[in-house]
Every structure is written in structure tokens, then in C-alpha cells.
Design a protein around this ligand. Structure first.
Ligand code: ADP
Ligand code: ZN
Length: 212
């Protein structure tokens, strides 16, 4: 099964993608996580991507497309995967088509702009395994510590208010048109994002046709 998961920054798509990974037992491929790893390792790609992310802009299509192409060619992707954060532009979606990838469905988590700032400023991410938490909606068992690996939880540098507003603008301008792109192909499934994590998960499973 190949699932694309999209939605505004901080809309909870990473968390839902982790849930789907654990339920469907297919890899979770997050372009944001791949890019952040490249930045922390200071690879050539990471050095290029860093300035875009810091300003809340998208990393150029050619860089991200090359990255995804490489990742999807790996062995563990043969049975399917959850693509989180890709495609994010029409040219990226077209590149995916050209790679011969047809998703089974495109899940879009729908969240109002007003809730985004609160969600993002409360978001914490594990420095080591990139698991994501929210201080209020999805807290770890021990404050500041990852439940999964014991790593330190940090606030991402792009989760500050100025950058959040820019990311929302970019989302509306560049990513939202994908809804129409995939609706036209009959692949789009909308799921309403809620305050409570479990409510969002229920909507996601319903949108995928699995009752929970
Ligand atoms: P969020 O959805 O909360 O913004 P992500 O981890 O998915 O978080 O992405 C973080 C940043 O990584 C984005 O703001 C963007 O700069 C970059 N990025 C991730 N995926 C893509 C993509 N497909 N194309 C371009 N840039 C991307
Ligand atoms: Zn961790």
C-alpha cells in the first residue's frame, strides 16, 4: 500500500504517519526528517537545504525529488510506504508520476490556520529518532525525554512564530493545489484534524476505510 499524507505544517501528519507505520507495518518516509538529518550531518545536500528551511521556505524541487527517488529505491519500500511531506508542489507530484509511482490514496489532514501556531509552538521532536510529541496534545511520559529511545526532545528552529506564518503561506500557495490535483484523479481522502490525537487518528482510519 502506498499512502501519501499531506496537510499544513503542524497539522499532525507526522504523528499520524507514525501511527500508520506501526499499524500497517510499512516504512514512514518523511522528507522533512531526511532533510533535517542531512543538515545535522552537514552533508552537501544538508548545507544547501538549511537556509531554505530556516526561512520557512521549501527546499528546491530537484533536491527533494532526487532524495525521494533514492529512498524509494531501497529494499524496505517494496511492499509500500507512507510518504509524509512529499509531494509538496505540483512539479514534485509530476515527478512522482514519472517515477511510475501511483499512490493508493492521498490522505489530507485538514486543520484551521488558527490552530497551527499553538500546535507548532508546543511541538517537540526527538533529537535522535525524530519521533514527534506535543507538550499538551501528545506529551511524552517523562518531560523532555523521548518515550521510544530516551533521546532529548527539542523545539525545532523552524517552529518559531515568524517562520510558522511563512510556512503557512507557502502551504496555501504551493501545496494546497495538490488537493485538486489528486481529487481529479479520485485519490483524495480528507480527514479532519482535531485537538485530541485519538480523534484525528479515528478520522484518518475512517478516511482510509478502516474503522477504529
Ligand atoms: P512540517 O510539515 O511541519 O512543515 P516537515 O518536517 O514535513 O514539517 O518539513 C519541514 C521543512 O522541510 C519544510 O518547511 C520544508 O522547508 C522542508 N521540506 C520537507 N519536505 C519538503 C518537500 N517535499 N519539498 C520541499 N521542501 C520540503
Ligand atoms: Zn527518540
Amino acid at each position: 500500500m502506498k499512502i501519501i499524507i499531506m496537510g499544513p505544517p503542524g497539522g499532525g501528519k507526522g504523528t499520524q504517519a507514525e501511527y500508520l507505520r506501526d499499524t500497517l507495518l510499512i516504512p514512514h518516509i518523511s522528507t522533512g526528517a531526511i532533510i533535517r538529518k542531512a543538515i545535522s550531518e552537514k552533508t552537501p545536500l544538508g548545507l544547501k537545504a538549511e537556509e531554505y528551511i530556516a526561512e520557512g521556505h521549501l527546499v528546491p524541487d530537484d533536491i527533494v525529488i532526487a532524495m525521494v527517488k533514492e529512498r524509494l529505491g531501497e529494499e524496505d519500500c517494496r511492499k509500500g510506504y507512507i510518504l509524509d511531506g512529499f509531494p509538496r508542489t505540483i512539479p514534485q507530484a509530476e515527478a512522482l508520476d514519472e517515477m511510475g509511482v501511483t499512490p493508493d490514496c492521498v490522505l489530507c489532514i485538514d486543520v484551521e490556520d488558527e490552530s497551527i501556531v499553538e500546535r507548532l509552538s508546543g511541538r517537540r521532536e526527538c533529537k535522535d529518532c525524530a519521533a514527534s510529541y506535543h507538550v499538551k496534545y501528545n506529551p511524552p511520559q517523562k518531560e523532555g525525554v523521548c518515550d521510544k529511545c530516551g533521546g532529548e526532545l527539542i523545539l525545532r528552529s523552524d517552529d518559531v512564530p515568524e517562520t510558522i506564518r511563512e510556512r503557512l503561506k507557502v502551504y496555501h500557495e504551493q501545496t494546497e493545489p495538490l488537493e485538486e490535483f489528486y481529487r481529479a484523479k479520485g485519490l483524495l481522502r480528507m480527514a479532519k484534524g482535531c485537538e485530541e490525537l485519538e480523534d484525528t487518528t479515528r478520522n484518518v482510519m475512517r478516511a482510509l476505510g478502516v474503522e477504529k
